[in-house]
Design a protein around this ligand. Structure first.
Ligand SMILES: Cc1cc2nc3c(=O)[nH]c(=O)nc-3n(C[C@H](O)[C@H](O)[C@H](O)COP(=O)(O)O)c2cc1C
Ligand code: SF4
Length: 453
């Protein structure tokens, strides 16, 4: 039997926990899973009390991998004492440049199911819902067939492995809206309603969640780590990493790198320079062009420039430097990237995906998108830069980070991140674009830009 924990990775980059089966033949099947230690973590958990399983998770200090980075064990401990309790798995993953949960669901669906069952046992969940982005057709197919296999194997349903613990799991495809990744909008959507985020307080899922019951919402990657934690103990997980950023984390690297893709790393011990330029990782920028900027944690995050390359990928280090680790999507932009176009594309995404409940988000995203489009089309005015910052200020007073929140959810405060980064870091380029009445970059360079596609 292959021991997942012992599977060798590059010692400098740390072991592979959640991606250890990637590349195995039919890695998504029950046979492959059982041959590599599958469901042993669940068996071990079921031999313990739910409180002990919770303690193990607390001891691992695993931070949520969905974006907010909240300690998973602490979140479970915040559940209102009531019955029933639900577990909802967030597999919506709809933000541009995010693709790690997609890979986990396609390549190792049993690991996710096992992780969800361990959590369900610890919190005493009456039902588990796997909410997965509807466009992930192959992932949904594999997840459903893995779930069927798990039922046949006795790992899900009544009296799991003869332990007396019973829980059902259902797969629920999302209908295709970014906002349904926000946990309360997701719950609304699961309830069959329009995906509107709920006002918090009082609608924190741990207090008032699905159907009004206390609910844990956890990300796919967060839960996929639990089989390892249970099999090897929290110490094995906690020993990896540093500070608050323990274990490994998947980084979805995209943009101007030779080797884009998912990399599972002992992230607190790896710098952005290593992620982007190491030959075993991103492999550097094609054509040996210079780095212009990179987005460290998804399009909601403020950008960094080359002066931040030596920063560690640890959540707290990125936060101290003025941005966020988010869901681990790192996008690289080389010197040929048109920053006006990049900002416009990101703002257009937010404008389309705003649910429309809050005026600053609904109107602000639209105004910014129109002004950015005007500049991009060569009709911009120099005063537009102050106007853009003024609109940003109306969404996030002071255009600060972490952002002050004037809206129901944090999609709104995410809008100014790229606009303010673009103007603050590349003001001259924005002005060139306006004064020349067109993009200052030759078209052949732009064709290569991911922000142009
Ligand atoms: C607009 C928006 C979209 C989000 N999309 C996702 C998503 O696709 N997947 C996810 O796990 N969390 C997403 N989140 C974060 C969730 O609200 C929530 O914090 C997370 O699912 C909790 O799981 P974790 O603690 O395991 O990270 C999103 C948040 C916002 C505001
Ligand atoms: S901030 Fe935007 S997406 Fe979030 S609830 Fe308000 S309008 Fe909807």
């Amino acid at each position: 039997m292959t021991d997942v924990a012992q599977r060798p990775g590059d010692p400098k980059l740390g072991p592979h926990i959640v991606t250890s089966r990637f590349g195995l033949e039919r890695s998504w099947s029950l046979d492959a899973y059982l041959a590599t230690g599958g469901y042993e973590g669940l068996r071990k958990a079921l031999a313990m009390t739910p409180e002990q399983v919770h303690e193990e998770t607390l001891g691992s200090s695993i931070l949520g991998r969905g974006g907010a980075g909240f300690d998973a064990g602490r979140k479970w401990g915040m559940l209102r004492k009531a019955s029933p309790v639900y577990l909802v798995v967030n597999g919506d993953e709809s933000e541009p440049a995010t693709f790690k949960d997609h890979a986990l669901i396609e390549s190792d669906p049993h690991q996710l199911i096992e992780g969800a069952l361990i959590c369900a046992y610890a919190i005493g969940a009456a039902q588990v819902f796997l909410f997965v982005r509807g466009e992930m057709a192959l992932g949904l197919e594999r997840l459903q067939s893995a779930l069927n296999e798990a039922y046949d194997h006795g790992a899900v349903g009544a009296d799991i492995f003869g332990s007396g613990f019973s829980v059902d799991v259902v797969v629920h495809p999302g209908a295709g809206a970014y906002i349904c990744g926000e946990e309360t909008a997701l719950l609304e959507s699961l309830e069959g309603k329009r995906g509107y985020p709920r006002i918090k307080p009082p609608y924190y899922p741990a207090a008032i969640g699905l159907y009004g019951a206390p609910t844990v919402v956890n990300n796919v990657e967060t839960l996929s780590n639990l089989p390892f934690v249970m099999r090897h103990g929290h110490d094995a997980f906690f020993a990896l990493g540093d500070g608050r950023s323990r274990g490994t984390k998947m980084l979805a690297l995209s943009g101007h790198v030779r080797r884009p893709g998912n990399y599972e790393l002992e992230f607190a011990k790896v710098s952005f320079r290593e992620l982007i330029f190491d030959q075993a990782l991103g492999g550097g920028i094609p054509g040996d062009r210079k780095l212009k900027a990179f987005i460290p944690g998804g399009v909601s995050a403020p950008w960094f420039g080359p002066d931040h390359l030596d920063l560690s990928l640890a959540n707290e280090k990125i936060a101290e430097a003025g941005s966020m680790a988010g869901s681990g999507a790192v996008t690289v932009m080389d010197e040929a990237t048109c920053m006006v176009r990049a900002v416009w594309r990101i703002t257009r995404f937010f404008h389309r995906e705003s649910c429309g409940q809050c005026t600053p988000c609904r109107e602000g995203s639209g105004w910014i998108e129109k002004i950015m489009r005007r500049i991009e089309d060569g009709q911009g005015r120099e005063s537009d830069l102050d106007l853009l910052m003024d609109v940003c200020d109306n969404i996030v007073p002071g255009v600060s980070w972490p952002p002050a929140q004037t809206t129901i959810c944090v999609l709104g405060p995410s809008i100014p991140s790229s606009v303010a980064s673009g103007i603050r870091m590349f003001r001259d380029e924005f002005l060139d674009h306006i004064r020349q009445g067109h993009c200052p970059f030759p078209p052949d360079r732009l064709q290569e830009s991911p922000a142009y596609a």
